[in-house]
Write a protein that binds this ligand. Structure first.
Ligand code: PRX
Length: 634
C-alpha cells in the first residue's frame, strides 16, 4: 500500500484502487493512525439526506495523532515555527514535545473553566501560536472549535457565536498586522453586547500588553489559567463522526452557514492530501501563508502538517510589511521548502516589481502552491519564473471549505502542469461535469457545472443546526451529486480548469463573500432603498465588488451616502466586503416577476456595454440605458 505517491504510475494505481475499492483504499490510509477503537465500517453513505459516515464505529482523538504519536519518534523535532509581524523579532519555535505540553495544559485549563465535550468554543484571534494551541486543546477534550477570521466585524462575530451557541470566546488583546494594531478584545466586547447570551467566559491572551477594558465577571487571563494546571490531559475518546469543528462560510443566500467537519474522515483526508500534494519529506520546512480563520489554515497549517509530523510555519504579519519582499525574506531566512499562498498575494507582489523577489535566495524551495481562486496565466508565469526560477513545480489546488481538503491539483513532478489548470482529481475524488439540466457531460474540451459523485473522507457532514439547508445548498441541485457551485472546463486530456462560481458568491482576494450578505448590509445604511451587488474583474483582487444602489429621494451629497454605505458594510460584515464601486441608480433591471437581472448588471460592471443581450422582457428596460450612461469608466 502506497501512502505517498512518487511516480505517475503510483498516481494511476492509487486512483484506480480508490475508485474500484474505496473502502479498502481509505482503510489503508487510516491504518497508520492511533485508534482507541477500530472502525466497524469504512463508509456508509447517501447523498439524499445527506448521511455520510466514514470509519463508523471507530473511536479516536485527533490530537493523539497530531501530537502524542510524534512525541515518541520525533519529540525534539520542530513542530511549529512562528514568525512575528516585526521583521527583526526572533522566531518562536515549538518542538513536538513543547507543543504537546502546551496543548495538554491548555486542555486542562479549558476543562477547569467548565468547557466539556460537545461545547462550542469560538476563537477570534490573530495568527499567534496560542490560536493553534487553543484549537488543539479543544480537540483534545472534544470541544468543537469555531474560528472566526479576526478581520470580521463585531456583528459577524456575534452572528457566528449566536448560531453556534458558543460557551466560550478565546481572543487576544490586540492584533498586530503590518503597521496596524487592531483592538481585538474591544471587538469581542462589542459582539457580546449584541446579544450573545450563551457566552460564559472570554479567555484573553495578552499578546501585546496594550490597554483594554476588563470585565471581571466574564474575562479570564489565558496565562493565569495555565498556571499550575496538570501537564497531561487524557485525550477524550471521540466517535469517528463526532464534530471536530464548525467553520462559517458564505453562500448565495442568507447569513453564512456553519460547515461541520467531523473527526476521523477529516483527519485521514487532511493528512493524505498534505503528504501527497506537497510531497512532504521529514526535514522539510513547510509554509502556508493563509490565516487560520479560513479552512486552508485549518487543514494545511494545523491538522495536515501536524498529522504528518511536519514542521509547519505560521506568520503573524502581512506580505507588504515592511515591504513587498517580506515573503521572500522569510523563505530565505527559514529555508522554506514548500510555499503555499493565494493568487491575490502573487498578483499584489508582482505589481510591486521584480526587484523585491530577485534580492533573495529562494533555492530552498521545492514546491509552490496556490489556492482560493482562479490563478490567471500572467500570475502563474510570474510565480513560475520569478519565484520558482522555472525549476519548481506549481500545484494549483482546488477545493472548498466544504471539502475539508484538496480535491483537484497537480502532483509535483508526478503529474504534468498546465498553467491555470488545477488539473487532475486526487485519488478518492470523482468529479463530473453536468449541464444546467443535470445531464452528464462525458466529452472533453467542454465546460460544465462541477459536481462530485462519490464521497471522499473530508466532505462536510452538515451545516450547524440546519441539516435541511445543507441538503438544499449542496445536494439538491442535481440528484445524488455534491454540487460545488463552481463552473469548470475539462481539456482534451481530462485536466480541469476552475472558471469560478456560478452562484451569487463572489471571490474577492480569495475571500468568499455572498452578494446577498453585502446587499443586506448596504440596505441597512440610512437613505438606501434597494441594492444589487455583482462582481467585476479586478487586477489584484481577482474580483471586485460593484454595488448598484437605489437611494431614497434625491441625494444632496453622494459622497456622504457612499461613506455611510461603506460604513454599514464594515459594521455588518467587515472591511473585506467593502464595495469597490458604488453607483447610485434610479432603478434596477427587473423581470416581470420582480427578479433582479444580475446578468445585465454583471455586463455593465465588467465594462462590456455593447453586448447586454435582450432586455425587452424586462419590467423596466429604460433603466438599463440610464445605468449604462452613468456607469464609471473602469
Ligand atoms: O470558487 C472556488 C474557489 O474558492 C471557492 C471555495 O472558497 P472557500 O470555501 O473559501 O475555500 C477556499 C480555500 C480552499 C471555490 O468554490 N477556489 C478555491 N481554490 C481554487 C478556486 N478557484 C480556482 N482555482 C483554485 N485553485
Amino acid at each position: 500500500m502506497v501512502t505517498q505517491m512518487k511516480t505517475l504510475d503510483d498516481y494511476k494505481n492509487a486512483y484506480k484502487a480508490s475508485v474500484e475499492n474505496p473502502e479498502q483504499f481509505w482503510a489503508d490510509q487510516a491504518d497508520k493512525f492511533v485508534w482507541k477503537k477500530r472502525w466497524d465500517k469504512v463508509l456508509k453513505w447517501d447523498f439524499k439526506g445527506p448521511d455520510v459516515r466514514w470509519f463508523d464505529g471507530g473511536k479516536l482523538n485527533i490530537t493523539e495523532n497530531c501530537l502524542d504519536r510524534h512525541v515518541e519518534v520525533r519529540g525534539d523535532k520542530t513542530a511549529l515555527i512562528w514568525v512575528g509581524n516585526e521583521p527583526d523579532a526572533p522566531n518562536k519555535t515549538y518542538t513536538y514535545k513543547e507543543l504537546f505540553l502546551k496543548v495538554n495544559k491548555f486542555a486542562n485549563a479549558l476543562k477547569a473553566q467548565g468547557v466539556k465535550k460537545g461545547d462550542r468554543v469560538v476563537f477570534y484571534m490573530p495568527m499567534i501560536p496560542e490560536l493553534m494551541i487553543g484549537m488543539l486543546a479543544c480537540a483534545r477534550i472534544g470541544a468543537i472549535h469555531s474560528i472566526v477570521f479576526a478581520g470580521f466585524s463585531a456583528q459577524s462575530l456575534a452572528d457566528r457565536i449566536i448560531d453556534a451557541e458558543a460557551k466560550v470566546v478565546i481572543c487576544s488583546d490586540y492584533n498586530r498586522r503590518g503597521a496596524k494594531n487592531i483592538p481585538v478584545k474591544t471587538v469581542v466586547d462589542e459582539a457580546l453586547a449584541l446579544g450573545c447570551k450563551t457566552i460564559e467566559k472570554v479567555i484573553v491572551y495578552k499578546s501585546t500588553g496594550g490597554d483594554m477594558v476588563w470585565n471581571p465577571d466574564m474575562d479570564v487571563d489565558y496565562c493565569k489559567i495555565m498556571d499550575g494546571v496538570a501537564e497531561f490531559c487524557e485525550p477524550e475518546a471521540m466517535e469517528s463522526e463526532d464534530p471536530l469543528f464548525i467553520l462559517y462560510t458564505s453562500g448565495s443566500t442568507g447569513k453564512p452557514k456553519g460547515v461541520v467537519h467531523t473527526t476521523a474522515g477529516y483527519m485521514v483526508f487532511a493528512a493524505y492530501t498534505f503528504k501527497n500534494v506537497f510531497q512532504y519529506q521529514e526535514n522539510d520546512i513547510y509554509w502556508c501563508t493563509a490565516d487560520i480563520g479560513w479552512v486552508t489554515g485549518h487543514s494545511y497549517i494545523v491538522y495536515g502538517p501536524l498529522l504528518e509530523g511536519a514542521t509547519t510555519m505560521m506568520f503573524e504579519g502581512v506580505p507588504s510589511y515592511p515591504d513587498a519582499g517580506r515573503f521572500w525574506d522569510i523563505i530565505e531566512k527559514n529555508k522554506v521548502t514548500q510555499f503555499y499562498t493565494a493568487p491575490t498575494a502573487i498578483r499584489a507582489l508582482m505589481a510591486e516589481g521584480d526587484e523585491f523577489v530577485e534580492k533573495y535566495d529562494l533555492s530552498s524551495l521545492k514546491v509552490l502552491g496556490t489556492v482560493g481562486e482562479p490563478i490567471n496565466e500572467e500570475a502563474w508565469m510570474w510565480y513560475f519564473e520569478k519565484v520558482g526560477k522555472r525549476a519548481k513545480p506549481i500545484v494549483d489546488t482546488w477545493w472548498q471549505t466544504e471539502t475539508g481538503g484538496i480535491l483537484i491539483t497537480p502532483l509535483p513532478l508526478i503529474t504534468d502542469m498546465r498553467p491555470t489548470f488545477a488539473s487532475y482529481p486526487l485519488p478518492g475524488v470523482q468529479p463530473i461535469l453536468v449541464d444546467p439540466a443535470g445531464n452528464l457531460i462525458t466529452e472533453n474540451g467542454v465546460e460544465g457545472l462541477l459536481c462530485i459523485k462519490f464521497p471522499w473522507p473530508g466532505i462536510l457532514r452538515t451545516t450547524w443546526g440546519d441539516h435541511v439547508r445543507c441538503r438544499q445548498t449542496y445536494f439538491s441541485a442535481f440528484p445524488d451529486l455534491y454540487f460545488t457551485g463552481d463552473g469548470a472546463r475539462r481539456d482534451e486530456d481530462g485536466r480541469y480548469r476552475i472558471i469560478g462560481r456560478v452562484d451569487d458568491v463572489l471571490n474577492v482576494s480569495g475571500h468568499r463573500i455572498g452578494t446577498a450578505e453585502v446587499e443586506n448590509a448596504i440596505n441597512m445604511a440610512p437613505g438606501v432603498v434597494e441594492s444589487a451587488v455583482v462582481g467585476f474583474p479586478h487586477d489584484i483582487k481577482g474580483q471586485g465588488i460593484y454595488a448598484f444602489v437605489i437611494a431614497q429621494g434625491s441625494v444632496d451629497n453622494i459622497d456622504e451616502l457612499k461613506k455611510s454605505i461603506i460604513n454599514s458594510v464594515r459594521v455588518e460584515i467587515g472591511p473585506i466586503a467593502k464595495p469597490d464601486i458604488i453607483q447610485i441608480v434610479p432603478g434596477l433591471p427587473k423581470t416581470r416577476s420582480g427578479k433582479i437581472m444580475r446578468r445585465i448588471l454583471r455586463k455593465i460592471a465588467s465594462g462590456d456595454m455593447s453586448n447586454i443581450g435582450d432586455i425587452s422582457t424586462l419590467l423596466n428596460p429604460e433603466v438599463v440605458e440610464e445605468i449604462k450612461k452613468n456607469a464609471p469608466t473602469l
